[in-house]
Structure formats: C-alpha cells, structure tokens
Unconditional design. Sequence first.
Length: 136
Amino acid sequence: MRIFVDTNIVVSAILRGRMPKKVIQSIIDRPDCEWLVSAEILAEYKEVLLRPKFKLSQEVIKEWWEIFDTVTLSIEVEVEVDFPRDRKDAKFLACEEAGNADFLITGDRDFTDVETLGNTQIVSVSDFLDRISGEG
C-alpha cells in the first residue's frame, strides 16, 4: 500500500496525537505500507516543524526528522500538476501521480470534493483507519 501523508496530518500527529498519530504509527508498523515523499514534501515536513508557533522541543524535532529519514520512501517527481484551489498542494498531487499512490491522507478541505485522483483515494484520518482495520 503506497501512501502520501499531507503535512497537516503530520503536524496534527505531533501536536495532538490521537487519531493522526495512530495513522502514522499504523503506516510505520505495517510492512505492506510505504510512506511516499518527494524531496519537496520532505523539506516541507521538516520546515514546518521548525516554525516557532509550534514551540516544539529540539528533542521532538529530532525524533520526527529521524522518522522521516528512516521510514519514508523518497521518490523522484518529474511531473507538474496544476491545482488552482491551493497551489501549495500541487506537490502532493504531482507526487501521487509519480508514485502511483493508493492513498493520500489529508485533513485539507481543498481536497474534500475530490474522492479519487487517478488511482489514488483521498481519505481522512478516520477513513484510512477504518479501511485498514476492515482488512482484518
């Protein structure tokens, strides 16, 4: 299962825990899951954690950077996608296309009207957890 995780889910996992953190842990724990990133997405994950408004300790930042560096699978993205609703999200759509992802997990309302994109299902945290728990 090839998965992209939107930055808002990563931030929620770090700041709030609960279901977003459970999603991240599920991806890490399941050998059939590949957490895909591009260099641009990985850079965004890391940059966001450094933002002063989140007040994350150096220990927490280091822990998550290690997760990103050891758990994620970096893919080459040579396509450009136009996403007029939010140009910053175009990198996730380009990555989805290049990585042939099964899921994009997001809490971003810009994606709410889009249930699938190519072969990728765009799902919320709870939808993803329901799907993987239903595989039993």
